[in-house]
Structures are given as structure tokens and as C-alpha cells.
Ligand binder design. Sequence first.
Ligand SMILES: O=C([S-])c1cc(C(=O)S)c[n+]([C@@H]2O[C@H](COP(=O)(O)O)[C@@H](O)[C@H]2O)c1
Ligand code: NI
Length: 412
Amino acid sequence: MRIAYFHCFAGISGDMTLGALVDAGLDWELLQADLAKLPLSGYQLQREKVIKKGISGTKVQVLTEEGHVHRHLRDVREIINSSTLPEVVKEKSIQVFTRLAEAEAKIHQTSVDQIHFHEVGAMDAIIDIVGSVIGLWRLEIEEVYASPVHIGTGFTKCAHGTIPVPAPATLELLQGVPIYSKDIEKELVTPTGAAIITTYCQDFGNMPPMRADTTGYGAGEHDLVIPNLLRVTIGGKLDQVGSDGHIRYGGKGDVRQGDALMMEANIDDMNPEFYDYLINKFLKAGAMDVFLRKIQMKKNRPAIVLSLLIHTHQLETFYQQIFSETTSIGVRVYPVTKYMLPYEIKTLQTKLGQAKVKVARYQDSLRNVAPEYEDCRRLAEEQQIPLKEVYDMIKYEAYQRLEAKSYLETKK
Ligand SMILES: O=C([S-])c1cc(C(=O)S)c[n+]([C@@H]2O[C@H](COP(=O)(O)O)[C@@H](O)[C@H]2O)c1
Ligand code: NI
């Protein structure tokens, strides 16, 4: 599986993302040809090699004469949808803009439909976002990972006036993401950059085990005490080391194999109401799965087996949590091998409204489509339609659209 790891040591913006992808080998002519499929004119895309603290990177700039425009999400959607770009690029770009709109709506206390973008809906932002989506698609990136994000500090000036760094929309988009500041008084992360990385990134943390095939540096606009660069490393994800000592890489659509641990504790003396709280707590802490089984123990005592499926590096975290949060004084831990189909979460604009679906593929063919329960529930309540019908309608619509335009077909 081909992955990209973004090292956000000097933050991230739309143009830094595009610059990093170009620097990592995204074909410049192809990118321009793809962007020309958008119904936008009056802009020029420029790239130049620059040096930031001795490290060379690519600076991409969108030169436009567009004045101050206000676009709604529907205007941006219309621009993207009326292009001849592949469906997969359109969907992902709209997903990024929808996240932006949701964050803006929350900050300005209005609705996603009413919010009008200032800078973040301008031509350069559209080119940066759609260009980055094209880049990740053209470079055949299947999963994205990123480091904790350096956000900067201080204040910045924009159409709203003087606002704190990180900008409110940026901070809203970065909820749940590890972020930090090191006294650099600059806006290191823009809403556009935050929307791109949070739409794509599976996990923020250290670089996952990977084979680094190529690296690119995208330059930001500032000269700082640190290199104002975004680094992207692209290569094969290391799934496991085989018994022969060789590293195995999963191919596109291959079943993924991974080492994991199963932790189990038999509990017969705890208030059963606590399980609800604990399951949520363990899942939030990063357990891959948590489940309960009823058993009869010695002396015919009814009890519960609490089972946690976790990553091997989480062992200490979870036995500490089990010992402090439950009445158990012992846990069993055994290694397990997981076999998984690769999946992605897609956000679809369905006839009923927006809904996320989990799409699993096996050897490039669609294997399973599962509508997200919370979205179905929301739509059922909003539209006053039985939940089971909402679920079936979204599943049917997703199958029709995804099967018609599989990832590979649309790429040709
Ligand atoms: O355009 C809008 S509405 C806007 C909102 C906010 C909020 O945080 S709310 C911030 N900004 C600032 O505009 C520039 C450009 O951002 P890009 O993502 O387009 O590069 C930046 O300084 C933002 O903080 C704009
Ligand atoms: Ni705003």
C-alpha cells in the first residue's frame, strides 16, 4: 500500500501541500492539465525552487486578479461538479470544502448553506485544494498519515480583521488532532491546510513503518527561525516483517495482515452500568475493538469477559486502564493476527442528504458498503423516514455510484 506521511514541523497550508506534492514528483504539466478541467480562468500557476534555512523546496503560487469574492459552499460545489475531473477527485475536494464550511459555520454561528467564504473560497484556495486532491490521486496515495501539527502563535490579519493564531476556523478543524506551539509568532496552519490534512489523515503521530521512496518539501511564505517547509514522504507501508525477515508490503486492495494483542479479563463483581462508560473510554483511547461476553465461572458465578483488541504498543496503556478502571486484578494477553480488507470512509451527497459510508475493497473490486449509523440516524430523524429504509437507500445509492466509477476506472 502506498502511503504519504506529512511532517508538519512548520505547519501546513494549501499551497505548501501542493508544493510538497510537486516537489515529491507530481507531474507539473499533468497537474495544470487537470486543473484546466475546472471552469476557472484568469489565474496563473507558478512554481519555483526556493531555499528555506538551507533546505530546498518547491513554492507553488496561484496568481490571480480576482478581487474580494464571497462564495457559498454551493458555488464551490458547482465549480467542482461542473468540471470534467474524475468523480473521485470531485468528491474528495467537496469533502474538504464541506469540512471548511462546517468549521466556518460553527465559528460565525450560521449554517453550512448560509456561510460565505472570504479568502478560503477564493480562486487560489480552490486551486490549492483541488490541486492537492489531484496530487494525492495522481501519486496513487492510498492512506495519509501526519505528525503532530505546529500551529504558531500570535495574531494575523484577514478579511475578518485581526484574529488570533491559530485562526478560529483552523482550530475548529484541528479538534482532536495533536497540535503544539513553539513561540513562532506566525500563522503556520491555515484553514485550507487544516481542512486538507484532517480530511485525509488516518492518524497523527510518529511516521508509521514505511519504505521511503520519495520526499518532497513544500515552501510556505515566511522566513522563520525554522525552515518554513512542509515535508511529505511517500512510499510503501510496512505491514509486517515475515518469518524470513523480509518486509511485506500490502498491494492496492490486498488483504492487510497485522499483529495485534487481545486482552481479556473475567469480571464478576462490578456494577454492569460501568461497561457502557468503559467501552467508550477504551475506544477513545485507541482500542481497535472492545466487547463483552457472558460466562459462568467456577461455583456457577455469572461473570463478564471484557475483551480489548489493541495494537501491540498499547499494552501498557491498557493494562493500566483495566486495573484502574475495573475491579479486575488480572488480565490475559495473547497475540493475534488480524486480516483486514482495506477500507475508506467516503462522504456522499445522497438524495436524502450527506452521509458517510465505509467502503471495503478486495483486489480492486468493491466488497462491502456500510452506511454510517450516526448519519443514517440523523437523516431518519430529519426526514421522518424509518431508519432501516434510510440505511437501505444510502447503501443502494452508494453501490450504484461506487460501482459505476471505481477508483481505477476513473483514473484512466
Ligand atoms: O475566509 C474566511 S471566512 C476566513 C475565516 C477564518 C477564520 O478562522 S473564521 C480565517 N481566515 C484567514 O484567511 C486567510 C487565508 O486562509 P487560507 O486557508 O485560504 O490560506 C488566513 O489568514 C486565515 O486565517 C479566513
Ligand atoms: Ni471565517
